[in-house]
Design a protein. Structure first.
Length: 91
């Protein structure tokens, strides 16, 4: 997919926001720690990067849950397979 810079940045900021929210509200991180985790998980990729934005194939919720609960979160925490109602407005 060819992203315009504006589209890419909008998506990047949205996913960072969702990831930070999940890490804070479900992972127990402080707002600062959650923001840092989001920046680490979603680094800026330059326009010429191969597969730029590939991480967006899954929403931030589904990247945060394994970071918090491990790769088996879907089996161990089936209640977390879908984003919590409080997370949904962030999408």
């Amino acid at each position: 997919m060819a992203w315009s810079e504006t589209e890419y940045l909008d998506c990047l900021h949205s996913e960072r926001r969702g990831y930070a929210w999940a890490m804070q509200h479900h992972g127990g991180l402080s707002p600062e720690e959650a923001g840092e985790a989001a920046l680490e998980r979603y680094p800026y990729e330059p326009a010429e990067a191969a597969n730029r934005g590939l991480i967006f194939h899954d929403e931030a919720w589904h990247w945060a849950m394994p970071a918090i609960h491990g790769d088996r979160y879907e089996a161990d925490h089936p209640e977390l397979v879908h984003p919590s109602p409080d997370y949904l407005p962030l999408e």
